[in-house]
Design a protein around this ligand. Structure first.
Ligand SMILES: O=C(O)CCC(=O)C(=O)O
Ligand SMILES: [Fe+2]
Length: 200
């Protein structure tokens, strides 16, 4: 897979959509793992905010998440290898000094959404680049659940959470939301980070 189109898109407009970014067997394995962990009750209601300010607010977002860790499964390790290659390429191209990647499975049950937000916290700007991989086969427009990006230029842009679609954008630049989904909606959402500045 070539990372160059992502670099060129980010340089030009701050976001990129790649279709079939990873191989189908890997998408299938990640979707299966997400479903399995959901059915085992391993996903938890996602919070809003950070640390002491973290709160579960169903009026803002209705997904359940589980952070992934190195070594938890061959599929996750393979995806992390892809992300490591992207991290290095982003640093080479833009001198971003990205040091870490954090990533979670997200499961939106029917009716769930995530209101418009930016992926960086007021008290912590360590999230620099957002990357979302979608895991849903045969997504129809009636299924809803698009990610809507509110770009500075031009109209809002909707991305279907179709298996293999990978969206990459600058975390501080692109307000975005998840429109209400009609079906289970599975994804992996991650952030490349600079080391967090220590708060005094
Ligand atoms: O799943 C998506 O399309 C985006 C999720 C999102 O915005 C987030 O988790 O911050
Ligand atoms: Fe987000």
């Amino acid at each position: 897979m070539s990372l160059q189109p992502i670099i060129e898109d980010l340089a030009r407009c701050g976001w990129s959509l790649q279709e079939r970014f990873v191989e189908q067997p890997l998408i299938d394995a990640l979707a299966e793992e997400c479903r399995q962990r959901e059915s085992l009750g391993e996903l938890e209601p996602a919070g809003v905010g950070r640390a002491a300010g973290l709160a579960v607010r169903e009026g803002v977002r209705g997904d359940r998440i589980r952070w992934i860790e190195v070594g938890q499964s061959p599929a996750c390790d393979r995806y992390l290898t892809h992300m490591e290659a992207l991290r290095q390429e982003l640093n080479r191209a833009f001198f971003l000094g990205l040091e870490e990647f954090e990533c979670h499975f997200a499961f939106y049950p029917p009716g769930a959404f995530y209101k418009t937000h930016l992926d960086c916290f007021r008290d912590d700007d360590s999230r620099i680049v957002t990357v979302v991989l979608y895991l849903n086969t045969e997504w129809q427009s009636a299924d809803g659940g698009c990610m809507r990006m509110h770009l500075r230029q031009g109209p809002a842009l909707d991305v279907a959470p179709l298996a293999g679609n990978l969206v990459v954008f600058l975390s501080a630049e692109v307000p975005h939301e998840v429109l209400p989904t009609q079906r289970d909606r599975l994804s992996l959402t991650g952030w490349f980070r600079r080391r967090a500045a220590r708060l005094l």
